[in-house]
Write a protein that binds this ligand. Structure first.
Ligand code: ADE
Ligand code: ZN
Length: 332
């Protein structure tokens, strides 16, 4: 790839719609926050390369839980939000939505209000310092079950905040069905929040059908395994449901053995709205910037196609119409 194209891609305005705040904390920040909170991190959390140590999807979720375990104060959430948005801004990102998980905060005795206070401060500070717009999607944890998801959604509906623009779900896809979570998603949607859910990542196209037929979602996290069902691709395009695609994450989690077999191009060819995302950067050695570069290097996308991905992402974002219009003009 030419140096000029690399530079042009680095400068291209980018939009990230799929990252998990608790999965964005670099090991050195985990250590610094643990130290100031007097917390001893679990033995073996990092490997010899100073990366998070895990071998499969369930172990990844365990390491992710462990990293979030050090977060105890509003200041901790402020610092991880600010650092994540700073990194995004340095890669040319103009808008980023990140999932936050009240269940992870509650697991260590932190209140929702303190978590949110910290995130909001991090967003304000990052916008003041780097111009990036950050927004939050509150995520329930699938393996904690549908009843807990209702608790999270109801709290969210009762406590709206302008920076919280959506409701989502991550966690272990092998537990429960998407339809089981309809009560939680319906509460969130009725309160005016846009919705997305992880599907078609670990499980196949039936999980995406389950999501789009039973939940009020306008986006799917990953959804890449939709390509195994041509009829589903047609349906996603027809309904205008956007896929939050994270190729680097998919390779790290062995959803695909390599980028050559990754279906990003098939999804684009089907006319489906796509964004490119990092998911959990230090866990998968991804960044939104490297995903765009990989779009050119590994998938043959040119600058205009990548710019169009930024446009599609901004359109599919959960931002208010004014923010969308302003940032679409920046993307060009
Ligand atoms: N939580 C954080 N990252 C996730 C992923 N890639 N899939 C499901 N749940 C997650
Ligand atoms: Zn994810």
């Amino acid at each position: 790839m030419s140096e000029l194209l690399t530079q042009q891609i680095q400068q291209l305005p980018k939009v990230e719609l799929h990252s998990h705040l608790e999965g964005c904390i670099q090991p050195q920040l985990v250590r610094a926050i643990a130290k100031r909170n007097g917390i001893t991190l679990k033995e073996g959390l990092f490997n010899e390369k100073d990366m998070f140590a895990w071998d499969n999807f369930v172990e990844f979720l365990g390491a992710y839980d462990e990293a979030s375990f050090c977060l105890r104060k509003a200041q901790d959430y402020r610092d991880i939000t600010y650092t994540y948005l700073q990194e995004c801004a340095e890669q040319g990102t103009v808008y980023a939505e990140t999932f936050i998980s009240p269940d992870h905060a509650a697991a260590v005795g932190m209140s929702y209000d303190d978590m949110l206070l910290g995130c909001v401060q991090g967003i304000d500070d990052a916008q003041a310092d780097f111009g990036i717009v950050g927004r939050l999607i509150v995520s329930c944890v699938r393996h904690l079950g549908p009843e807990q998801a209702v608790v999270v959604a109801q709290h969210l509906a009762d406590n709206p905040h302008p920076y919280i623009v959506g409701f989502g779900m991550g966690g272990n896809e092998s537990m429960f069905t998407q339809a089981d979570f309809a009560p939680a998603f319906n509460i969130a949607a009725a309160s005016g929040l846009a919705c997305t859910t992880h599907a078609g990542e670990v499980l196949g196209p039936e999980s995406v059908w389950d999501a789009i037929d039973n939940l009020p979602v306008t986006r799917i996290g990953h959804g890449v395994r939709s390509v195994e069902d041509p009829q589903l691709l047609v349906e996603l395009a027809k309904r205008g449901i956007a896929l939050e695609v994270c190729p680097g994450s998919n390779i790290a989690l062995s959803v695909y053995p390599n980028l050559e077999s990754h279906p990003l191009n098939k999804i684009l060819e089907a006319g489906i709205s796509v964004s490119l995302n990092s998911d959990d950067p230090p866990f998968f050695a991804t960044t939104v910037g490297s995903e765009y570069l990989s779009g050119a290097k590994d998938f043959g996308l040119d600058l205009e196609q990548l710019r169009n991905i930024s446009r599609m992402a901004m359109q599919a974002s959960f931002a208010d119409e004014q923010t969308k219009a302003r940032l679409l003009a920046v993307i060009g």
